[in-house]
Ligand binder design. Structure first.
Ligand SMILES: [Mn+2]
Length: 320
């Protein structure tokens, strides 16, 4: 293991221009890891030019701003891809191989091999956790700004240290970080978890209208009219989907959200047992085993996904 820390560190040291990318539909682990790593690199090597690319996230605006990719510099730059297993999900880059050198750091099951060196650990709680580990084992220098971003990524990807991937190592890394960087938790948790009333009302709407099959699949189709009624932002579903965990009658839950502007249906699925990413891969999506998504252009796929995930629940119950 030691070797990979060093290889990554040496490449970061070698390049003057570094571009950091992460997955589309960024979550806090993706944003925290990319912005946190930029902070760590510029803190250690102030002369390097480091750019974090990808779409700006308005719902997570507190995580920070994005940089512009300078096309002319691609061929001389090091690309670091975080939290993203496949090329089509890298936000802002179509041909990663145009970069001079590519490092992939990820905790998703592997899909595409596009990198020169990789550090993929499926049982790491988050990429943010992996980066704390990387910094601890190299001459990269942490600071408080980076520590806060990385901490928030660990907290959210583990759902406040609840998911199975939360390990003794997670607590050791985070505990040590908290102590050394004097992290104060209250403002960080306020940033992450304070909600707008519209989210709470939307949560109530979904709770009220969720269909639940006898096998434990919860599903809801949220049309554009409903989205407009709650303010018009389709990202709203992502804010509340985590609230439907730990319900006796619901094993897997999936939200289909109409995105009229982009003419597609966003699929957001979660599970508290059955493996669901393989099901969504059949519809061009994917993700983690318990948290996956897809984007549909064909409305007929909605019914197919409902059937597929219901079957997954049946098989899971049989196996128990
Ligand atoms: Mn992640």
């Amino acid at each position: 293991m030691k070797k990979i820390y060093n290889e990554i560190y040496e490449k970061i040291k070698e390049f003057d221009k570094i571009v950091i990318a992460r997955h589309i539909g960024a979550d806090i682990d993706a944003l925290g890891s990319s912005i946190g790593l930029k902070e760590v690199i510029t803190n250690t090597f102030p002369k390097k030019k480091v750019s974090v690319i990808g779409a700006y996230s308005s719902i997570f605006k507190y995580m920070g701003k994005m940089d512009k990719l300078d096309e002319k510099e691609i061929k001389d730059s090091l690309l670091i891809v975080l939290d993203t297993p496949n090329i089509v999900r890298i936000d802002g880059i179509t041909n990663p191989r145009d970069f001079k050198y590519i490092i992939k750091i990820d905790h998703h099951p592997e899909v595409d091999s596009f990198e020169d060196i990789k550090w993929v650990e499926e049982d790491a709680s988050s990429v943010c956790q992996m980066l704390i580990e990387l910094v601890n084992n190299t001459d990269l220098e942490m600071n408080k700004v980076a520590a806060e971003k990385l901490f928030m990524g660990v907290v959210t990807d583990t759902n406040r240290f609840m998911y199975d991937y939360t390990s003794p190592k997670t607590f050791r890394l985070v505990g040590d970080l908290m102590e050394k960087q004097e992290l104060v938790l209250r403002p960080l948790y306020d940033t992450l978890y304070r909600r707008n009333l519209v989210d709470v009302r939307f949560n109530g709407y979904v709770a009220e209208h969720l269909n639940v099959t006898e096998h434990g699949l919860g599903y809801i189709i949220i049309d554009d009219e409903t989205i407009q009624k709650f303010g018009g932002d389709t990202a709203l579903t992502g804010n509340i989907i985590g609230n439907f965990n730990n319900i006796n009658e619901v094993l897997v839950w999936v939200f289909f959200t109409e995105d009229k502007k982009n003419n597609l249906i966003k699929v957001n699925a979660r599970s508290r047992g059955p493996i669901i990413n393989t099901s969504l891969e059949k519809f061009g999506g994917g993700g983690h085993i318990y948290a996956s998504g897809a984007r549909l252009t064909d409305k007929d796929d909605i019914e197919k996904i409902i059937k597929e995930l219901d079957k997954v629940c049946v098989e899971y119950k049989k196996g128990k």
